[in-house]
Design a binder for this molecule. Sequence first.
Ligand SMILES: *Cc1c(COP(=O)(O)O)cnc(C)c1O
Length: 436
Amino acid sequence: MNYFGNKEFDFSFLEEGLTARDVLEQKINEASLSGNKDAFYVADLGDIVKKHVRWFKALPRVTPFYAVKCNDSKAIVKILAILGAGFDCASKNEIQFVQSFGVSPERIIYANPCKQDSHIRYAASGGVEKLTFDCESELVTVARNHPNAKLVLRITTDDPKAVCQANSKFGAPLKICRTLMQRAKELNLEIIGVCFHVGNRCTDPQRFVQAVSDARYVFDMGAEFGFNMSLLDIGGGFSGTEDTKLKFEEVTSVINPALDKYFPKDSGVQIIAEPGRYYVASAFTIAVNIITKKVIVTEQTGSDGDDPSYAKTFMYYVNDGFYGSFSCTLYDRAHVKPLLQKKPKMDEKYFPSSIWGPTCNIDDRIIERCDLPELQVGEWMLFENMGAYTEVASSTFNGFQRPSIFYVISRPYWQLIHDIKEHGILPEYLQLGEAK
Ligand SMILES: *Cc1c(COP(=O)(O)O)cnc(C)c1O
């Protein structure tokens, strides 16, 4: 029964009644006793399983292909492989990594529109056939290295409101699709479908609707060229946290009718998506320790002879930062906010504060300004929702090591993984997919 038996990574079972947050508190207590206060993560693998079930409840027609770049932890890839998800890979190494978990090539889409020859040849040798592209030169490269590829044409979607624009770098405008199809024909290549990526944390579900409608237009064009258009890939960008303006289900409730309208069930088109953050963001919480504190006192002159008063601001230096797990504040435009490990008192006074990482680089700052009670060196700050684009993009700049990650799972979710492997997602599991 134990699919994890090969000791590739460690995880522990949650004792009955305990949550991942309890484990985090235990680790903090242990750290305080041992004096080793390194930053660390606790990752709740049950949360990943919950997300998987919730996905099928919200998007029953769409098969998820997890975007590995978002968090390539072995535990996550392994669990999603067992659960039967597909994978969006963007490089030779990602393909190799996913295939090392026994994932068959049909469950992989090589979803980087701009690829190096040797990586394409690697995909071909591993039997990976679904490749995305968005320009003529890529068609030439694919024809040279993988003539049997099943190509998926990535089109642009413009969401002026998405947090990260995905379309300044990738995607073919509709007006060049005909030329691309013509070129693919000349090169004897096969196009099987259309994909898009609306951008990260898309806040306007109408972008999906527009993109699905555009995809329909390109499907019809493909049919005119004689291509067997059979795959629609609606990309990623689904929020993985509850702090967004629109909940995941509010977005999907707009997407589903668009899918039914433009790609009805009887069209026979397979629909997939490439969620990244959706699966992993909320599973990870990081605990960082305050290593240094500075207080800055500024005198504020009182009016008309009042005694001057003093305003205090605090600078806290913690032991993970911008060059570690918090690069997401720049690369993923993430807004992080600290939770205090100790509950503040009711009448606690708050001060303007800034939070800095441990390296000597002056830009190593996590938060420019937030209001916090006065904290002490040695106390902990917690950051939730730290599973997406964090550890994967971290460095050991200045000699600071990456935090350890403690993976935990409860017995019921462990059991559920095995049940899903045996029976697929049974209707009764869907009850578990309720939002927290
Ligand atoms: C990064 C990426 C994704 C995943 O994006 P999320 O916002 O994490 O869901 C999906 N598809 C492509 C092509 C990507 O580059």
